[in-house]
Design a protein around this ligand. Structure first.
Ligand SMILES: Cc1cc2nc3c(=O)[nH]c(=O)nc-3n(C[C@H](O)[C@H](O)[C@H](O)COP(=O)(O)OP(=O)(O)OC[C@H]3O[C@@H](n4cnc5c(N)ncnc54)[C@H](O)[C@@H]3O)c2cc1C
Length: 417
């Protein structure tokens, strides 16, 4: 069998949330594209399974009927509009998200990635989109102002040619490795473990997600996210350098906390682990670094767009895909695939949209080094209705988020006993 040659307008590598987000809008703009994916869907992805309203916003923009389909199926897509914070001293505080302030924006929801990613995958189907699954990309090069992706699939070699390639291929992006100049294979900034449990008790009656800042896991946290059918996604995430420095075994730490932590152990007494505990890297946002160059753009985890405080990456993966599709449209119209033009239409616009929020979260993440601060906030909030209201509003009010990321906010709280 000789090499099969394919030509298209845009190549998208990866069919996770970033790749699907990109493909939805390329199809909407009538741009032919080929999505290359190494796995066979439905495929699992290690994740907490909690989707912010941002993911829902992108889905709604792509096709409002898809969002209605999701919201109409709470047996798969569990709506969740609040969170419970557990402080290192074991005290908890429930914070509903102020939905009144969201101007009818769709809710957050929790859905196993096996289900969610397959839902998105099926929606990619369009006359402008060709999907090649189980494809092994072996090389990506620039050639005469275009890109060539070499891949093998079911014993057949392919050479796919286009003026633009979009890297939606996650943490260990092959597009980033081959095309981003000056890119050294970076160490993943954070890692997480995920387990599924059945029968965890005392879950919040309105499906609030739970983040427990245990002293032994900080900087990082243990999460318990409710899922349909009495299941829960339970996991831990922590910073890689802290794990290395303290020689931590994250898996043992998580199982120990579940068994012995006084506020968690009783809730897991009758719970059953379903399947294996799996780990994966989280490329957290580390500042506004280049995410494009001549003929390419990076989206989602490939662009390190995970919120450094919450560990949330699905929303930004889909959002960056949507923006990359818009940038590809402009580049194709102008026949300009230069690094400077793609920076202008992609990086600059992307960081205008998501940069302020990610920078604020990076500041809040720094505060995780101080367990006493969490104890202080939760103790105070349990006593003060005003502070509880402030924290509730903070999830929908960006000015308040700015205030919460400022250490002075906590100093004032400390002296204002
Ligand atoms: C433990 C853990 C918990 C998390 N919890 C949450 C959470 O609760 N909420 C949240 O919003 N985010 C969470 N995240 C982050 C979230 O999982 C990611 O941000 C999100 O999956 C990014 O989507 P993506 O499309 O960029 O990448 P991915 O979802 O990783 O998709 C990339 C796709 O590219 C394919 N691919 C990779 N390499 C190639 C290649 N060479 N050729 C072809 N295809 C390729 C992969 O098979 C995959 O399908 C968590 C992450 C971890 C590790």
């Amino acid at each position: 069998m000789g090499i099969q040659k394919l030509e298209t307008s845009v190549i998208v590598i990866g069919a996770g949330p970033a790749g699907a987000g990109t493909s939805f809008f390329l199809s909407k703009f009538g741009i032919p594209h080929i999505v290359i994916e190494k796995a066979l869907f439905p495929r699992d992805k290690v994740c907490g399974d909690a989707c912010s309203g941002k993911a829902a916003v992108v889905i709604e923009r792509a096709n409002p009927e898809w969002l209605q389909e999701m919201l109409g199926d709470p047996g798969k897509f569990l709506p969740s509009n609040g969170l419970v914070f557990g402080a290192p001293n074991g005290r908890t505080m429930a914070i509903p998200i102020n939905t009144d302030k969201r101007n009818g924006a769709p809710p957050n929801f929790i859905v196993p990635r096996l289900v969610f990613d397959n839902f998105l995958f099926e929606k990619m189907s369009s006359s402008f989109c060709t999907v090649l699954q189980e494809a092994d990309v072996t090389n990506i090069i620039r050639n005469e102002g275009r890109v060539e992706v070499r891949m093998t699939r079911k014993g057949q070699d392919y050479l796919v040619n286009a003026p633009i390639v979009i890297g939606a291929d996650g943490d260990k992006s092959i597009v980033k490795k081959h095309l981003l100049s000056g890119h050294a294979v970076s160490k993943t900034t954070s890692v997480g473990l995920r387990a599924y449990y059945k029968g965890v008790e005392d879950m919040h009656s309105d499906n609030f997600i739970e983040l427990h800042f245990l002293p032994e896991i900080m900087p990082g946290y243990l999460w318990i996210f409710p899922l349909p059918g009495g299941m829960a996604n339970v996991g831990v995430g922590s910073m890689s350098d802290s794990i290395r420095k303290k020689k931590v075994n994250l898996r043992e730490q998580m199982l120990y906390a579940i068994k012995h932590n006084p506020s968690l152990a009783p809730r897991f007494a009758n719970a059953r682990l379903i399947g294996d505990i799996k780990g994966y890297g989280l490329p957290l946002f580390e500042g506004e670094k280049p995410v494009s160059g001549a003929n390419f753009m990076l989206t989602g985890d490939a662009a390190s767009l995970i919120d450094p405080f919450s560990g949330e990456g699905i929303g930004n993966a889909m959002y960056s895909g949507m923006i990359a599709a818009g940038a590809a449209k402009k580049a194709l119209e102008k026949n300009n695939y230069s690094a400077s033009y793609l920076k202008e239409v992609y990086d600059d616009f992307l960081y205008t949209c998501v940069g302020p929020e990610l920078r604020r979260s990076a500041k809040i993440q720094q505060l995780c080094k101080y367990p006493w601060l969490f104890n202080l906030v939760v103790n105070k909030a349990n006593k003060s209705a005003t502070l509880r209201k402030t924290l509730t509003a903070a999830f929908s009010d960006t000015d308040l988020q700015e205030e919460l990321s400022n250490p002075l906010f906590y100093l004032k709280m400390l002296f204002n006993r």
